[in-house]
Design a protein around this ligand. Sequence first.
Ligand SMILES: Cc1ncc(COP(=O)(O)O)c(C=O)c1O
Length: 414
Amino acid sequence: MSQQELESLDVEAIREEFPILQREFDGQQVVYLDNAATTQTPDSVVDAMSDYYREYNANVHRGIHHLSQEASLAYEQAHDRVADFIGADGREEVVFTKNTTESENLVAYSWGLNELGPGDTIVLTEMEHHASLVTWQQIGERTGADVEYIRVDETGRLDMDHARELIDDDTAIVSAVHVSNTLGTVNPVGELTDLAHECDAFSFIDGAQAVPNRPVDVTEIGADFYAFSGHKMAGPTGIGVLYGKQELLEAMEPYLYGGGMIRKVTFEESTWGDLPWKFEPGTPPIAEAVGLHTAIDWLEEIGMDRIQAHEEEMARYAYDQLEAEDDVEIYGPEPGPDRGGLVSFNLADVHAHDLTSILNDYAVAVRAGDHCTQPLHDKLGVPASTRASFYVYNTREEVEQLVAALEDARELFA
Ligand SMILES: Cc1ncc(COP(=O)(O)O)c(C=O)c1O
């Protein structure tokens, strides 16, 4: 894509697809900068889900009537669409879960509990989201495997020398976040996967903050497992994805049991159905799958390259303005190819919650807290930070509104 094409995004037209962005609080239009927590949903996704409920709502896989056939087809096609979007080999490699957190737990329980033991190590990074960190910590406690952390250096990047030291023949799995939801760092997940494979270990990549806003090809990365959530990519809540290499998913035991995932059941024993259904027991998120399918169509229509370029531009604009203030501390790398579309910061010694509450008075929606990265915040030496995170519908004017509101907050706390 040429530079001109990358810059040709019609943000105003895109915004029209999101009525929620017109909402006002106390006469001020909302400035929604909490996209790393959840993104807004375009009309086409809402319409697709309501069409499902209005026109072909039925349970999948079990019915031979017309409605069930239509619902089943749509549900299966959603898997194909996701597979195509992330470069997987086919629907067998795409399991629908509730969210990224459940995808992490699926692998941790299904593979980790069965395969790990004393002497094994699980290698994480210091910037893992709790979805990964807490889950693998638990698996370590239950199996006797050690959990080790690749250091984050003072620039907010992974210390890859330390990664090379830690990943060795004892390593069973390397679980790393693709784009940090706190630092914005884009990690070299292909390189981490290669290091894992050199030691016959697996790699699990948490792509919750990557898939929504950059082209991701799981085959190119080489990841064994890759996870993300629908609600962070213009899709609905209640649906997440676990990508897994087919031979690994084939070999793994199910994590949840019940209807829809079996081949044959007798009073004595049961056998499991084909992938991916083996990992999707019970009634799955059918309307959500339809919504996710439409969200992917919507994203690709705009183009993932353009979405990435726009978000990086927003983040750079915010970073530069915040950087210019002496009393603002920003976390994570400087804008560049290894920084994604979010900026976490603190204003002098104002607590992030107080600051965020003042920003809310200006209808500026940002997030305060540890962003589910408590150990990383401990390392940064702060209890919390304020995070502004951008998406394809944000504008430079909104960044300016954030900075202006910050100015007023500064005066209030002076
Ligand atoms: C990097 C990262 N991983 C995992 C998650 C968990 O996502 P979910 O709450 O959809 O399971 C998040 C959510 O903020 C995240 O940012």
